[in-house]
Design a protein around this ligand. Structure first.
Ligand SMILES: Cc1cc2nc3c(=O)[nH]c(=O)nc-3n(C[C@H](O)[C@H](O)[C@H](O)COP(=O)(O)O)c2cc1C
Length: 173
């Protein structure tokens, strides 16, 4: 049984958060990280905790149009996620374990704080897919559209991963 962290990221900030969450999870269980284009369409029975996150775009999960806009604003920063986003991945997601726990996260701009969060959209879609949410959705903050992350956010992400792993009881097969 292991934890799988699936992320979408344009400029690398959500990727860095995902990796820190996985580092925290790894304090108590095996943890793997997958960029959404390479994430499995069927989450196998050997995954007991699924953590999904992406950048907040236009008050929610990214769409093709917002990803195009993100690409136009990249100012030479290489894009991490060039294919589908978490929205499309979740729409096609299938799980093979009834005992799967999940958690949702996002990145969003710290100031000005805007309403809406990709993590809430992720959480809603996970619930609709019949997956139990282990905790409330969590946001991590960037200083501007391209980043960087607000100081201390990677520590907060690692600590969140640690607390998720501590709270997670691995189902007995
Ligand atoms: C098209 C677009 C729309 C955005 N809309 C929002 C928004 O509604 N709220 C917000 O807090 N941040 C918004 N942002 C900022 C992103 O959340 C920020 O770029 C992201 O957290 C950076 O993460 P990444 O490097 O993983 O892509 C937007 C960014 C882009 C490119």
């Amino acid at each position: 049984m292991y934890a799988l962290v699936v992320y979408e990221s344009m400029y690398g900030n959500t990727k860095a958060v995902a990796e820190s969450i996985a580092e925290g999870l790894a304090s108590a269980m095996r943890a793997e990280v997958a960029e959404v284009a390479g994430a499995p369409g069927v989450v196998g029975a050997d995954v007991s905790l699924l953590v999904v996150g992406g950048p907040t775009h236009a008050f929610g999960l990214s769409r093709v149009s917002t990803r195009q806009s993100a690409a136009q604003q990249a100012e030479g920063v290489p894009l991490v996620s060039k294919g589908r986003g978490v929205r499309e991945w979740l729409a096609a997601l299938r799980t093979s374990s009834a005992a799967l726990d999940a958690a949702a996260f996002d990145t969003r701009v710290a100031k000005p704080r805007m309403p809406g969060s990709a993590a809430q959209g992720v959480a809603r879609r996970l619930r609709r897919a019949g997956v139990r949410l282990a905790c409330p959705a969590r946001s991590f903050y960037v200083e501007g559209t391209l980043g960087p992350l607000v100081p201390g956010e990677l520590d907060r992400a690692r600590e969140w991963g640690e607390s998720l792993a501590r709270a997670h009881t691995v189902p007995v097969p």
